[in-house]
Design a protein around this ligand. Structure first.
Ligand SMILES: *[C@@H]1O[C@H](CO)[C@@H](O)[C@H](O)[C@H]1NC(C)=O
Ligand SMILES: *[C@@H]1O[C@H](CO)[C@@H](O)[C@H](O)[C@H]1NC(C)=O
Ligand SMILES: *[C@@H]1O[C@H](CO)[C@@H](O)[C@H](O)[C@H]1NC(C)=O
Length: 367
């Protein structure tokens, strides 16, 4: 009875409590991990309901090192993650500032959609703080750039957000392999779990789909290659000059996606490859066999591709028929079956969204 009473009391108390106020400060103050609300001990990152960016998303300057020693072993990994988190946080912040609750309802989404977007935005702000605190005082903690998010109506916003969530789940399976400390591994798994909750909500409530994604989400080891896909959202030259190169290291691989004429991206379908940056095309060597490698769940499948006549003749590839229609397929062009090392990847990655499948094509059209 005592336990029941305590729970009931907490529920009543929770309902009565006012939404927490945001918190102000400077980048210099943020260097102290104990400054301001502390993740895990503050309701801000669940229940703040303001439109203004949630702390520390309201403090956009980089945090300069306060000590002069050697960087900690995982600093670079966390710097990459913090810079990526700024993109994701600002995407949700854009959604919170751009749309109203009524617009989501008019577009056919549940009346809780706006509140959930606010809450996800808060979670992402909490990630900013967690990642800042993971970087040692010997290394800079990257600040925000300015971002271009050319999304003007609820559907495209929710589609892009869904793509970001599910790619961040795959991305973390790679990033965790770069980190050395067990506590870094644990923190990254905990963050991936939160992204999974966001994605699960979207699948059930927004897209009315079965949320399950098969026994394993997609494992992809080359995390920085996924991060490069966020760079088109950054306004060139807008990053703080103190920020480290992002991502680091970066391969600057040619990006591609299925051509806009693609009608379906189901297993067994064929699509033409469109290299989406005309200034960054692959250079294929005569006599080398190239492959499109599809990563899905814990496995990968490589399909030989014909690059003769490229770029005049488009490359076409058939999606392996045996792939399960769940989650995402992550695809790269490689010169070695299975893309066994990072330097064997020659273009990509591209993400083919299978769940919800209808959004997969929508995202291609949008790109
Ligand atoms: C929100 O939608 C639910 C279910 O469709 C409905 O029961 C509820 O009354 C709605 N709430 C508001 C405030 O419109
Ligand atoms: C290829 O990508 C570019 C850049 O996104 C786009 O403008 C063009 O329409 C695309 N072409 C096809 C055939 O998909
Ligand atoms: C792809 O699968 C092959 C065969 O199972 C494996 O050897 C290879 O390491 C995998 N590639 C990656 C990048 O995990």
């Amino acid at each position: 009875m005592k336990t029941l009473f305590t729970i009931t009391f907490n529920i009543l108390y929770g309902l009565a409590a006012a939404a927490p106020a945001n918190f102000e400060g400077t980048a210099k103050q943020l260097a102290d991990p104990n400054f301001g609300p502390v993740p895990g001990q503050d309701p801000l990152w669940s229940s703040y309901s303001g439109v203004d960016p949630t702390f520390p998303g309201n403090i956009k300057d980089p945090i300069l090192p306060t000590e002069h020693g050697e960087p900690a072993v995982d600093d670079v990994v966390w710097q990459n993650l913090l810079a990526a988190e700024w993109v994701i946080f600002e995407l949700y912040q854009y959604g919170v500032e751009t749309f109203t609750s009524e617009q989501f309802v008019e577009a056919g989404y549940p009346n809780t959609t706006y509140d959930r977007i606010v809450e996800i935005r808060n979670n992402e702000a909490g990630h900013l703080r967690i990642f800042q605190n993971k970087i040692s005082p010997n290394s800079i903690k990257p600040g925000a750039c300015r971002y271009q998010i050319p999304v003007y109506e609820p559907f495209t916003f929710l589609a892009i957000a869904t793509l970001f969530e599910i790619s961040s789940m795959a991305f973390l399976t790679g990033l965790v392999q770069q980190a050395q400390l067990p506590e870094s591994h644990a923190a990254m798994v905990a963050i991936a779990e939160v992204e999974t909750r966001h994605e699960t909500w979207a699948l059930i409530d927004l897209w009315k789909e079965n949320p399950f994604g098969g026994p394993s989400d997609t494992i992809f080891p080359y995390a920085n290659e996924i991060l490069e896909g966020t760079n088109p959202y950054v306004i060139p030259g807008s990053c703080p000059k103190e920020n480290p190169e992002y991502p680091y290291p970066r391969q600057d691989l040619p990006p591609f996606s299925p051509a806009k004429t693609t009608k379906s991206l189901m297993p067994g379908d064929t699509f033409a490859v469109n290299f989406t940056d005309p200034t960054n095309l692959p250079s294929f060597e005569e006599g080398t066999q190239y492959y499109m490698t599809f990563f899905h769940g814990p496995a990968n499948i490589s399909i030989p591709i014909d690059v003769h006549g490229f770029p005049d003749v488009p490359i076409e590839v058939q999606i392996p028929a045996q792939l399960e229609v769940k989650g995402i397929y992550l695809t790269v062009i490689t010169d070695t079956m299975g893309a066994p090392s990072v330097d064997t990847v020659k273009a990509g990655p591209n993400i083919i969204l299978q769940q919800p499948a209808s959004l997969g094509l929508a995202v291609v059209q949008y790109e």
